[in-house]
Design a protein around this ligand. Sequence first.
Ligand code: UDP
Length: 264
Amino acid sequence: MDFLKPRYTPMNRRRRIYEGKAKVLYEGPEPGTLIQHFKDDATAFNAQKHEVIDGKGVLNNRISEFVFSHLNDIGVPTHFIRRLNMREQLIREVEIIPLEVVVRNVAAGSLATRLGLEEGTQLPRSIIEFYYKNDALNDPMVSEEHITAFGWATPQEIDDIMALAIRVNDFLSGLFLGVGIRLVDFKIETGRLWEGDMMRIVVADEISPDSCRLWDIKSSDKLDKDRFRKDLGGLIEAYTEVAKRLGIMSENEKVQTGGPRLVQ
Ligand code: UDP
């Protein structure tokens, strides 16, 4: 029955569905699946700052695989199926909800600036914020009122998204605390997964040091994308440190660069 198996398609012949700043989505081997490819591109400030950092895609692919497969294991639904190779993972096709969902435990970044809080202040409780995904508008912050009025998500879906965000926060806070890292804040994206007539909201996109603020508990060193945003250098070393502490990479291993590359 070999003819029933999905045929391997060389990556330069796969249909490109979408290209973002740090990832590309290709058509998957079966209907309802996609291939998510992690690029080495780093962008910040709505892509005004851009650099290619050799090895970043490989590290984010591995770290995101680790987080998503554990979320699946504890019953937090995600789009993740399995990692395919150094830069790619197989995912379920979902209808992305156009919101960036940010969860904060400690004041930093735009919250610290907006409300004049000192960076590093523990928040009285975890705070969830929504931003409308729109590059032309610079991802403005929006409230539940805007989300329901403009039909980006229903009140029930907002409840589901917030419940997912809290479960992800609890899982990630514990995971990182266990390896000496403080989870300051992070961003998730969510999508609608259709299974016949049934729809559920799942965690989509990626969870990696590109989308989290991670501070070493002892030294307060930044182990995340702020190394790029703030020109601190050492981004690959920081992401490698996160991967090693999580047990994804062994102590003496160096990130392999190369692997399947984007064919322009
Ligand atoms: N974040 C992200 N993508 C974005 C904006 C923010 O992954 O387009 C993450 C960011 O890495 C941080 C959290 O969301 O972990 C909160 O970011 P913040 O609103 O403070 O914005 P920033 O100061 O990073 O622009």
